[in-house]
Design a protein around this ligand. Structure first.
Ligand SMILES: Cc1cc2nc3c(=O)[nH]c(=O)nc-3n(C[C@H](O)[C@H](O)[C@H](O)COP(=O)(O)OP(=O)(O)OC[C@H]3O[C@@H](n4cnc5c(N)ncnc54)[C@H](O)[C@@H]3O)c2cc1C
Length: 465
């Protein structure tokens, strides 16, 4: 206790009074993750405003042997960014490190501090006439440091890749307080190990990302969006291959919505309307940065060949937003329909139809009446395989079967060479799954990397590994 009081005093001396929060009410938002699954305690919240201050905080914690939980926008849903219940850790919030350090339109790069909110990075790129393509529903509050630490994907992975593909350089405070300056804006640099990729997806267990050089792109001239009704899952796959080719590999998104997802969205979420005259078994939302004519030709040919049943192409920004609303409303609609058990998994794209058939059959056999709402980034092989409780079921009893449902779905995923965590990371929620499904040699390597960089074990301990 005395040691913690001393640490708090030393942190105040470094960060000033506004850089340390110790008041329980003011700390509360930093201690709970938004789904309410994890609620921790902390000795204090440190809020550095610069890399030097971050390094000083980490060095002091290392000296005092106090564990650190890095936190960005706290939108992660797996408990990675909130402290444990014992209260002996500090939260290191990056929310004051919000400077755009540089934009180089000729190099197509932007250098930002880790606490920059994703939407602000996108806006800064836009102001410079460029595109920063990382985009996801939490972009109004998640931070670039958190996006990189969880290797976020979002709705544009197909065209531009996930966070890992969008980073050229990093600045990181290591667990001993040293600063690694890897802030290079190079597309070619073959000088040994690519250290930045150790920190991407590490969920704050290897160091604190303080800044990043990110890739920018020219703003696309044409963006066309269509919703396509499809009768058969195999046709979804065939349509995907065709759409990639027909658009000159310029698909921005290829998202699956099942009939039940659309029905729930229309029933529960204001502003959602079924644009078709009749129902279809599956819907695919296609976005392409290609001329409209290319999309029109693709879809009319697909209908002619029986791969698609019907299609609508958005003819205005409003219509485009309305089509996206249908896709984005699915999780919200599911919430209003009762309890959900969620799986955020990936398999090779070619196996998506087979995965959906097998997993649906197995789940429906294990839990009669359950409603499978499987939707998402099918073009990335990433499906939100969500289960909505049977009509009239007791939510608590349904949720009690979470682990059992996980095992059924994740076993099928593992058998197909897939991943039980395609988004969000591992955090605390999926640690057991990593031990269960992780390759033993791979896990051993991860533990060795962790021990080499963080021998004291103070950087977000108990998360991931
Ligand atoms: C509504 C919603 C929609 C989403 N949609 C998608 C989606 O489509 N695709 C997708 O991939 N993900 C999606 N996500 C997950 C999203 O990618 C993550 O929540 C987000 O990237 C985390 O950013 P954050 O700043 O909130 O980090 P936090 O939640 O604060 O932290 C997440 C992890 O990163 C660590 N961390 C945070 N900042 C740093 C730092 N500077 N240095 C080191 N470690 C750090 C934390 O310790 C923690 O382990 C969604 C989340 C929500 C809530």
């Amino acid at each position: 206790m005395a040691a913690m009081t001393m640490l708090a005093e030393r942190l105040r001396a470094v960060l000033g009074p506004s850089g340390v929060i110790a008041d329980p009410a003011a700390m509360a938002p930093y201690l709970e993750e938004q789904r309410g699954l994890f609620h921790g305690r902390a000795a204090l919240v440190a809020r550095p405003a610069s890399t030097a201050e971050t390094a000083a905080v980490v060095a002091l914690c290392a000296e005092h042997g106090v564990a650190i939980v890095p936190q960005g926008g706290n939108t992660g849903l797996v408990g990675g960014g909130v402290p444990f219940e014992h209260g002996g850790e500090i939260v290191l919030s990056m929310g004051r490190m919000i400077r755009v350090r540089a934009i180089d339109p000729a190099n197509f790069t932007i250098t930002v501090e880790a606490g920059c909110v994703l939407a602000n990075v996108r806006a800064a790129a836009d102001e410079a006439g460029c595109l920063f393509p990382l985009s996801l529903a939490a972009e109004g509050s998640c931070q670039i440091g958190g996006n990189l630490s969880t290797n976020a994907g979002g709705v544009a992975v197909l065209r531009w890749g996930n966070a890992r593909d969008l980073v050229l350089g990093l600045e990181v405070v290591l667990p001993d307080g040293r600063v690694w300056n890897g802030l290079k804006g190079l597309r070619k640099d073959n000088t040994g190990y690519d250290l930045k990729h150790l920190f991407v997806g590490a969920e704050g267990t290897l160091g604190v990302i303080t800044a990043a050089v990110l890739k920018l792109f020219p703003r696309p001239r044409d963006i066309e969006t269509a919703l396509v009704g499809v009768a058969d899952l195999d046709h979804v796959l065939a349509l995907f291959a065709r759409a990639r080719a027909a658009s000159g590999d310029a698909l921005g998104a290829f998202e699956l919505i099942p009939r039940i997802g659309l029905e729930l969205a229309v029933a529960h979420v204001p502003g959602c309307h079924d644009p078709f005259a009749g129902p279809h078994a599956h819907y695919v939302l296609i976005e392409a940065t290609a001329p409209r004519e290319a999309l029109e030709n693709l879809l009319s040919q697909a209908i002619e060949d029986g791969l698609a049943v019907d299609a609508v192409i958005a003819d205005s920004l409003e219509r485009r937003r309305a089509l996206w609303r249908l896709r984005e409303a699915v999780p919200e609609a599911q919430k209003r329909e009762g309890a959900s058990i969620k799986h955020d998994v990936s398999v090779p794209v070619s196996m998506v139809p087979e995965f959906l058939r097998r997993a649906t059959k197995a789940i429906e056999a294990a839990l009669p009446g359950v409603r499978v709402v499987a939707f998402g980034h099918v073009g990335d092989g990433n499906i939100h395989f969500n289960l909505t409780q049977p009509v009239g079921a007791e939510p608590k009893a349904f949720l009690a079967r979470w682990e059992e449902m996980n095992r059924i779905v994740h076993d099928i995923v593992a058998g197909m060479g897939g991943s039980f965590s395609a988004e969000h990371g591992v955090g605390r929620l999926k640690k057991g799954e990593l031990v269960h499904y992780g390759d033993p040699v791979g896990l051993d390597l991860m533990r060795r990397v962790k021990a080499a960089l963080d021998p004291q074990g103070i950087m977000n301990p108990g998360k991931v590994l």
